[in-house]
Design a protein around this ligand. Structure first.
Ligand code: PLP
Ligand code: LYS
Length: 380
């Protein structure tokens, strides 16, 4: 692995997140080079990482913002995203969050139930507005990813089931403050099997034909399902294969003339540019194991504890022969483990370790459990 920390950060207090903005810039360039000529518009999912310098660069590359809370809508607006490039998704939007987004006149609400549409209609009316909605349908397409991050199966809480769609569209006729502009789907995150996007396209083709037979022509489609990244080889695959991703939709989705197609990506844009940098507090030997105990824990990066996720780990300061370690944090939980039997150069107290591919769902999911202070961030 080839990640190197700038020399002036070697003595910085740890733990902290390090973000490589040059890599983010290259990733965004590759993304837009693949998306733009094919006429796809990308909304960045702020839930992956909402730090100001990151949002700034993403906005400069011309992406819109995909938000799932009032806080994210506000953050996107504060970061300079134009309201007509902001969408608000989420299965449980509160009245206060809806009111905030209505007042900002964002582009679109991705609505997930009749119950939500009814409230949205009332709140829009109270503000004397008519607002745009896309219906999030649950396409029942398996994303072949971790069960905790699958979103588009019948068993998941998200979206309107296909069998209910006709009824929901009929009910929209009684909701005069809402304008139906599109369909939204999302099937899961960290998708590496591209046949998932092929199947999603086929489902949408059928759905569009079905809707058109009933007189509904939708100017917008929003295709969710997050492209996965290579957690095992972050340096060999630092920029995801966006060409292949968009080519799959290009080949399989039957787009209507002048129809706008959005995708909403988070992880594939920001994951590889971030590393969690931590110092080794102790190397402890038990009967069976050798533990490298870090000053970062599940409070800074919860993915391994929550999903059993793999993150590559690199010792930045030792060149000694390799040994294996269980790399753990200081939190009072046994799941506070970044990796078991990780091969590292001989590791000692004071060494710096980088936990790689942590730019997405790392810092944003951190917590203050055990009354821990929030880790800082550095950008280069
Ligand atoms: C509705 C929705 N949009 C966008 C995303 C971002 O996905 P990803 O980070 O996988 O690109 C997610 C996460 O799964 C999501 O649930
Ligand atoms: N937080 C998850 C992904 C969930 C994406 C949002 N639906 C992860 O770290 O992989």
């Amino acid at each position: 692995m080839s990640f190197r920390l700038p020399a002036d950060l070697l003595d910085r207090p740890t733990p902290f997140y390090f973000y490589d903005l040059a890599l983010l810039d290259r990733t965004l360039t590759a993304l837009q080079q693949a998306a733009r000529p094919r006429g796809f518009q990308v909304h960045y999912a702020l839930k992956a990482n909402a730090n100001a310098p990151i949002l700034d660069l993403i906005r400069q590359h011309g992406l819109g913002a995909d938000c799932v809370s009032g806080g994210e809508v506000q953050r996107a607006l504060d970061a300079g995203f134009a309201p007509d490039h902001v969408v608000f998704a989420g299965v449980g939007k509160s009245d206060a969050e809806i009111n905030l987004a209505l007042a900002a006149d964002i582009w679109c609400f991705n609505a997930e139930s009749v119950e939500e549409l009814t409230v949205l209609n009332e709140l829009a009316g109270a503000q004397n507005r008519r607002t745009r909605v896309a219906l999030r349908v649950n396409p029942n397409v398996d994303a072949y990813t971790h069960p905790h991050i699958t979103t588009g199966l019948d068993a998941n809480k998200f979206g309107i089931s296909l069998s209910d769609l006709g009824g929901v569209i009929e009910q929209l006729e009684n909701l005069p403050n809402l304008e139906l502009v599109g369909l939204h789907t999302h099937v899961g995150s960290q998708i590496t099997n591209l046949t998932v996007f092929e199947k999603l396209s086929q489902k949408l083709n059928e759905l569009q034909t079905w809707l058109e037979d009933r007189g509904h022509h939708l100017p917008h489609l929003n295709l969710g399902g997050g492209l996965g990244i290579d957690y095992h080889q972050p340096d060999q695959h630092s920029v995801p294969d966006f060409e292949q991703y968009f080519r799959t939709f290009e080949q399989h989705l039957q787009r209507r003339p002048n129809q706008q197609v959005h995708v909403e990506l988070g992880r594939s844009i920001v994951a590889q540019c971030g590393s969690l940098v931590s110092r080794v507090l102790y190397v402890k030997h038990s009967q069976q194991r050798r533990f490298a105990i870090l000053d970062a824990g599940m409070t800074e990066l919860i993915r391994p504890a929550l999903y059993g996720s793999y993150h590559a780990i690199q010792n930045l300061t030792s060149q000694l022969p390799a040994q294996d370690y269980d790399v753990v944090g200081p939190i009072c939980e046994s799941s506070d483990t970044f990796g078991r039997q990780v091969l590292l150069p001989e590791t000692r107290r004071g060494d710096l370790l980088a936990i790689r591919s942590a730019g997405a769902y790392g810092e944003v999911m951190s917590s203050g459990y055990n009354l821990r202070e929030k880790a800082g961030a550095e950008y280069r």
